[in-house]
Design a binder for this molecule. Structure first.
Ligand code: FAD
Ligand code: UDP
Length: 373
């Protein structure tokens, strides 16, 4: 007899959401994670009174009220609005692409003037890749100043070799509005994500430093069902080949002064610096401290031993993923969810939504199984 209803592999946002919902429904869960902490990539750690986003800036945003209500069970959120600055060729620009950016770039004052500048340099036609999509949306000046080199650094390949959807994540607007997101709700959990996860996981058994693959049979036999949130190709011993992920190195510096860059996020959009972003964490929560922690983010190939952060959704990888997905759907005892298991570039709110939907369909299935045939 299984000891738990669910064994959950991975204590990131997908695993923790699923565990919370299952536990609220009276089901027993064991959550394991190979890392020494919970929270996955959302993890924060307090240094000098500042909540440092260990794996890069995490800004919560959503238009889904159910998701917003869900996270509010575990944290209060502040009114932080993400407004990164972009550095290119020694000049500072506003992001996302909006009237402030157009003024900084071309000294145009009105939406009509800005539209006309973009129109004269736009790619006309059906965009087939990220480069064409960017040229079609914003034209060549913005593409070469703010997109081309950043994207090459981030993904380790030319924008022509990347899918168009990646750049569609960024808003383009003809108003003076530097909000990086279009969502209705946005903020940072006051006290950091780690404190939020602590409340989310209250009463749920979590074992850290525990790798599922070190004793797969043992773990599978512990529970009625397994929720797996690790890399899907690893689960199947890479039998259809390795899926590509992009990794990152983070270098954290402590500066002995109060304010280093005046903004939480600065993007480095030309190729003079090998990193893509610097994050000054104290600005997320307006933390008061005599020192400041600044992190540089260096994109890397995901070679052995590195943490996979971003799925590289090229055509070839998508084809390979669909083979794994089909195989996964034939295993009724296992649920595959989250950024690495669904091999999808998902923000936090999308991951929560995905876990909620999956849990709901699980409950429906369980109710159907109990009906007389
Ligand atoms: P993860 O957080 O990766 O959790 C998976 C967990 O599974 C990990 O803890 C891992 O250790 C564990 N695991 C894997 N294999 C095993 C195994 N074999 N045994 C045991 N445990 C295992 N989203 C936003 O909404 N806003 C942002 O501003 C934002 N910024 C981001 C910045 C960066 C640099 C990155 C990389 C992502 C960002 N995201 C952001 C996305 C966000 O991080 C993800 O949506 C979310 O963390 C995904 O949760 P997850 O549970 O799917 O994956
Ligand atoms: N991007 C860019 N310049 C920037 C910011 C983003 O070219 O200053 C492109 C880049 O290709 C990136 C994509 O837009 O991968 C999505 O950006 P986002 O900020 O959403 O990336 P994330 O925070 O998920 O790393």
């Amino acid at each position: 007899m299984a000891t738990y209803d669910y064994l959950i592999v991975g204590c990131g946002l997908y695993g923790a959401t699923f565990a919370r919902l299952a536990s609220d429904a009276g089901l027993s869960c064991l959550v394991i994670d190979k890392r020494p902490h919970f929270g996955g990539n959302c993890h924060t750690e307090n240094r000098h009174g500042i909540n440092v986003h260990t794996y890069g800036a995490h800004i919560f945003h959503t238009s889904n009220k159910a998701v917003w209500d869900f996270v509010h069970r575990f944290a209060d959120f502040n009114n932080y609005i993400n407004s990164p600055k972009a550095l290119s060729n020694g000049r500072l620009y506003s992001l996302p692409f909006n009237m402030n950016t157009f003024y900084e770039l071309w000294q145009v004052h009105t939406p009509e003037q800005a539209r006309a500048r973009i129109e004269e340099q736009r790619f006309q036609g059906d965009p087939a890749n990220l480069e064409e999509q960017a040229l079609s949306l914003v034209g060549s000046d913005i593409y070469t100043t703010l997109i081309r080199d950043y994207t090459k650094k981030q993904w380790g390949r030319h924008p022509r070799e990347l899918p168009a959807f990646i750049i569609k994540r960024l808003p383009l607007r003809f108003t003076f509005n530097n909000n990086y997101f279009n969502d209705r709700y946005q903020g940072i959990p006051i006290g950091g994500y780690t404190a939020m996860f602590e409340r989310m996981l209250a009463g749920i058994e979590v074992r850290l430093n525990t790798d599922y693959f070190e004793n797969r049979n043992f773990f599978d036999n512990l529970a009625r069902k397994v929720v797996y949130t690790g890399c899907i190709d690893e689960f199947f011993h890479h039998s259809y080949g390795q899926l590509e992920y992009r990794s990152l190195d983070f270098e954290h510096d402590i500066h002995e002064h109060e304010n280093h860059q005046g903004n939480a996020v600065v993007n480095y959009c030309d190729d003079s610096a090998p990193y893509t972003r610097t994050i000054e964490h104290k600005h997320f929560e307006n933390s008061q401290s005599d020192v400041t922690v600044v992190t540089r983010e260096y994109p890397q190939d995901c070679t052995s031993g590195r943490i996979p952060y971003y799925p590289v959704n090229s055509e070839q990888n998508q084809k390979t993923y669909s083979l794994y997905k089909e195989r996964a759907s034939s295993i009724p005892t296992h649920i595959f969810g989250g950024r690495l298991s669904e091999y999808k570039y998902m923000d936090m709110h999308v991951v929560i939504e995905s876990a909620m939907n999956r849990f709901r369909s699980e409950r429906k299935q369980a109710a159907t199984d109990l009906l007389p045939q």
